[in-house]
Write a protein that binds this ligand. Structure first.
Ligand code: HEC
Length: 196
């Protein structure tokens, strides 16, 4: 069986160290190799250099905090597109409803429940119950109202603006409307079960 020590040295290394007729040429090559190795190990200084880590303290700044407040008036690069998306309701189609359902089930069901009746698992554990989407006031509410609640929060419900993108807010609003229509239906609407 071959032992690891049997393996031949890499050909490039052999050429570098043994090539050349003059001993001084060989010595120069070895020196160059050592210099390269030294340069590579010096790269660790990037890790070691003095720096501020996120949320660390920094005496040079007020409140001894490394984290700086974003200057007043700062605008994120994609802000205009996000504002435009918030103001423009997308066309409601099957793809948008699918997206709305997925996002609703991720972000809203824990409190509002799968069918939107305000009976999510967190409510079962004692969280204040949200109103059912079947309430006449919420049935009559325009899609903009749902988008606004997701964006700015409502009463004790906090904003989901940081988690749900503007277009997805419209998708959720469309899906809530679908839940409302389904919730308002009679058994007869399902077909085949008329009169029950
Ligand atoms: C952590 C629990 C929780 C989650 C998650 C949650 N909500 Fe709510 N929501 C509430 C509560 C509680 C209220 C009632 C707030 C009040 O009236 O003070 C509420 C109220 C509402 C209302 C009714 C506003 C009105 O006019 O009365 C809407 C619409 C709504 N939420 C939509 C959503 C949507 C959409 C999501 C998902 C993006 C969501 N909520 C996620 C707890 C939650």
């Amino acid at each position: 069986m071959r032992q690891p020590s049997d393996s031949p040295p890499a050909p490039a290394l052999v050429a570098l160290l043994s090539g050349g007729q003059w001993p001084c040429a060989r010595a120069a090559r070895i020196l160059a190799l050592l210099l390269c190795a030294g340069l590579v190990s010096a790269c660790n200084d990037m890790v070691e250099q003095p720096k501020l880590k996120p949320y660390s303290s920094a005496e040079a700044f007020d409140q001894n905090a490394e984290a700086r407040a974003i200057p007043f008036g700062t605008v994120a690069r994609d802000e205009p597109e996000r504002i435009a998306a918030l103001r423009t309701p997308p066309k409601v189609d099957a793809a948008l409803l699918d997206r709305g359902r997925a996002q609703y089930e991720i972000y809203c069901t824990p409190c509002h429940g799968l069918a939107g009746r305000g009976d999510g698992i967190i409510v079962e554990r004692g969280f204040p119950p949200p109103p059912s989407y079947m309430e006449p006031r919420l049935r009559a509410a325009p899609a903009e109202h749902f988008v606004d609640v997701i964006t700015n929060g409502w009463g004790v419900m906090y904003s989901y603006a940081a988690r749900v993108e503007p277009r997805d807010r419209w998708a959720i609003a469309a899906y809530i409307r679908a839940l409302q229509l389904a919730g308002a239906g009679e058994m007869a609407d399902a077909g085949g079960e008329a009169g029950r």
